[in-house]
Design a protein around this ligand. Structure first.
Ligand SMILES: CC(C)(COP(=O)(O)OP(=O)(O)OC[C@H]1O[C@@H](n2cnc3c(N)ncnc32)[C@H](O)[C@@H]1OP(=O)(O)O)[C@@H](O)C(=O)NCCC(=O)NCCS
Length: 210
């Protein structure tokens, strides 16, 4: 069984939707009882939302790097919803994607990724408002376009993204074939293949500035 699972892990694919929105200065509504602000390291070891799936360990090692960590904090000073935002300002910037693949952002592009809301705080608009805040922050950092990718079967995420005024840009299948990673962009005839840990510049084609 373990061998079978390992083999399955080597041959996988997932289908998702890439959305984009201009990083213009919109306004984000306040969500009663929550404050949106940068997430500081002290939250990682105490807040329940970081206790699952190795998040605390993963986020500790990511903090202090090029990516911004933002979230809603409850009145009890607990982070209950968070987003990661990456903005390529002067130079290109790589962001972790699926199966060890990286997405390379061109200057002016921003990308929102690795988001969640704690189960007991879901369906209160925190994700939608968090995405809007992140879009405004991206504009403040001179990005002109913001992207987000989510799985095709993630209804809550798709609803939240669309409610935050993102529009569908493209459907993309991410493939893992043993040591090779691939991308299949809907409407394009050829797939793109990469080695593990390599960067893909596929966002470039959606860059309005090029
Ligand atoms: C996706 C997720 C972040 C949404 O968080 P949230 O704070 O509950 O989102 P919102 O309250 O802004 O709700 C977004 C929309 O999804 C709807 N929704 C919430 N849970 C839902 C569910 N289980 N199924 C379908 N729709 C759902 C809400 O009603 C809302 O729709 P509306 O705008 O039409 O009212 C949360 O479900 C989650 O943490 N999921 C696991 C991690 C994940 O999928 N992250 C996103 C990856 S990019």
């Amino acid at each position: 069984m373990a061998v079978l699972n390992r083999l399955r892990g080597l041959w996988r694919q997932s289908q998702g939707i890439l959305f984009s929105a201009p990083a213009d200065d919109d306004t984000a509504d306040q969500v009663d009882d929550y404050t949106f602000r940068p997430v500081t390291p002290d939250h990682l070891d105490k807040d329940e939302i970081f206790a699952i799936r190795g998040r605390a360990r993963r986020f500790h090692s990511r903090l202090g790097g090029s990516h911004q960590f933002l979230g809603f904090v409850s009145q009890e000073n607990e982070v209950v919803s968070y987003v990661w935002l990456s903005v390529a300002e002067g130079a290109s910037l790589d962001v972790p994607f699926r199966y060890g693949l990286l997405i390379r952002l061109c200057p002016g592009q921003a990308y929102i990724w690795d988001c969640a809301t704690a189960a007991s705080h879901q369906s209160r608009g925190l994700y939608r408002q968090g995405l809007t805040h992140a879009r405004i922050e991206a504009a403040r950092r001179n990005a002109d376009q913001v992207y987000i990718f989510t799985d095709l079967d993630n209804a809550a995420s798709i609803k939240g993204i669309m409610a935050a005024k993102f529009v569908e840009q493209s459907r993309i299948t991410v493939l893992r074939r043993g040591p090779i990673r691939g991308l299949r962009v809907e409407g394009e005839t050829a797939d793109y293949y990469f080695g593990e840990g390599r960067s893909t510049q596929f966002l470039k084609r959606f860059n309005r500035a090029t």
